[in-house]
Write a protein that binds this ligand. Structure first.
Ligand code: UDP
Length: 480
């Protein structure tokens, strides 16, 4: 079959900064290979507008920073009786957006493929109805995907719920044993609608023509092998898997030309001397926990750059934009003055990519969101893993027990991580042999990330394979 001269790839994103960033990077990659791309984004239904009020500005910011990429805002669906659960609201929104997505696909002269975020599984129906091949783009780790693809089989062959299994290790092909308590809350309770919905989603992934993963083979060789060998889905063929990462934003500095004050502060610090703490686009901790972190950092004696966000007032409002934190109220009395010569606290947001790549940054206290992991791995920065929500606890297991790129902050699954633990782990990574071993391993991870993306590297080749599958194998030359 001859390729259409103007192939259009439609990327269907879900809401959430951590999902949008890698989708935008994929769009850039497709554009560089000469394909026309549009990112179709959902618009929250009027009944959930408050809830998703932080998402629209995020899309607008990304659209403004990437003028070469077209964003198409799908019309908001009707959702008269929103589920009280935030996550289900989001999944319901994505499901209800299938008809407008189908109308959009039908309005385009020719669509080469529909690439779906994993939260947009229901959109497989739109692809089928429009006669368009569907691919998934998984924006977290291959290891998580291996486990999730195996979950429907696990549930079909076992009884009870993961929530009742404590730390019992679960064995999934291609990943280290994962304690049941480290699985995402969305799959802990078999009787829950969220769990049934997610299992239904995982069970439909094999319907896609292929799965792109934002990872690189060296980092997750074992998981990728298990996926390719079909070990994760025992009863059906696994679609071809393309590891095309790490795809990461270049950073804000590159986008708008302004330099954040924390980067100038880092310029003045010695090489590899600063511990960076940041919990993703949404993560935040309680007031009590903030004080405990402050004490741990102060007692460690090390330099630090810390992104502090206002604690969530109400767990049900987790996704809502939060006010700027009042550091005077949140941090221990005198902390800022006492640590003035070796610490900087940034409120709400820091240019993480640039911070991680800065020569002064030595370690990263992270919530283990996958973008953060890839950014740290590609910058060669060891991680102190403090998972908070979603699949971050699974990523922690992969990072510590599998990839050996980090250590765990004990107490992440209890009410409080103690100041003594913060101090101990900071010292461990900054002062001891274990830290040196981690740094050596991270140096390798950084080199291998660059190699994977370079011409002839595993991710570059995988992307070319994907284009061939789209019947655009000859569009492999990057445009300048
Ligand atoms: N990020 C940032 N500055 C911040 C917090 C987050 O630049 O202060 C970026 C970070 O670099 C990453 C993304 O936001 O690219 C967060 O994605 P991740 O998958 O790590 O976590 P999520 O926010 O999805 O939980």
């Amino acid at each position: 079959m001859e390729a259409d001269p103007n192939p259009m790839v439609v990327l269907h994103a879900c809401l959430g900064v951590g999902h949008l960033i890698p989708m935008v990077e994929l769009a850039k990659l497709l554009l560089r290979r000469g394909l026309a791309v549009v990112i179709a984004v959902p618009t929250p239904p009027a009944s959930t507008a408050d809830f998703f009020s932080s998402s629209a500005p995020a899309v607008d910011r990304m659209a403004a920073a990437n003028p070469s990429i077209s964003f198409h805002h799908l019309p908001p669906p009707e959702y008269p009786d929103p589920d009280p659960d935030a996550f289900l609201q989001m999944l319901d929104t994505m499901r209800l957006t299938v008809p407008p997505l189908l109308a959009f696909l039908r309005s385009l002269p020719s669509v080469a493929a529909l690439v779906l975020d994993l939260f947009c599984v229901d959109a497989l129906d739109a692809a089928t109805a429009a006669g368009v091949p569907a691919y998934f783009y998984y924006t977290s780790s291959a290891g998580d995907l291996a486990a999730f693809l195996h979950l429907p089989h696990h549930f079909a062959t076992t009884e009870g719920s993961l929530k009742d299994m404590g730390k019992t290790p679960l064995r999934f092909p291609g990943v280290p044993p994962i304690p049941a308590s480290d699985m995402p809350h969305t799959v802990l309770d078999r009787a829950d609608r969220t769990c049934a919905t997610r299992l239904g989603h995982y069970g439909r992934i094999p319907e896609a023509r292929g799965i792109l993963i934002n990872s690189y083979e060296w980092l997750e060789a074992r998981s990728v092998r298990a996926l390719r060998e079909g070990a994760c889905i025992p009863d059906r063929p696994t679609p071809p898997v393309y590891c095309i990462g790490p795809l990461m934003a270049k950073g804000e500095e590159a986008a708008n030309g302004e330099r954040h004050a924390c980067l100038s502060w880092l310029d003045a610090q010695p090489e590899r001397s600063v511990v960076f703490l940041c919990f993703g686009s949404l993560g935040a901790v309680s007031v009590k926990q903030l004080k405990e972190i402050a004490r741990g950092l102060e007692n460690s004696g090390h330099r630090f750059l810390w992104v502090v966000r206002s604690p969530p007032q109400d767990p049900a409002k987790f996704f809502l934009p939060r006010p700027e934190p009042d550091l005077g109220m949140l941090l221990p009395e005198g902390f800022t003055e006492r640590t003035r010569d070796r610490g900087m606290v940034v409120t709400s947001w820091a240019p993480q990519v640039e911070v991680l790549r800065h020569a002064a940054t030595a370690a990263f206290v992270t919530h283990c969101g996958w973008n953060s992991v890839l950014e740290a791995a590609s910058a060669g920065v060891p991680m102190l893993c403090w998972p908070q929500y979603a699949e971050q606890r699974m990523n922690k297991v992969l990072l510590v027990d599998g990839m050996q790129l980090g250590v765990v902050m004990d107490g992440y699954d209890e009410e409080l991580v103690k100041a003594e633990e913060v101090e101990k782990k900071v010292r461990l990574v900054m002062e001891f042999e274990e830290g040196k071993k981690l740094r050596d391993r991270l140096t390798m991870a950084k080199e291998m990330a660059a190699k994977a993306l370079a011409d002839g590297g595993s991710s570059s080749l995988a992307f070319t394979e994907f284009l061939k599958d789209l019947n655009f194998g000859n569009t492999t030359k990057e445009k300048a």
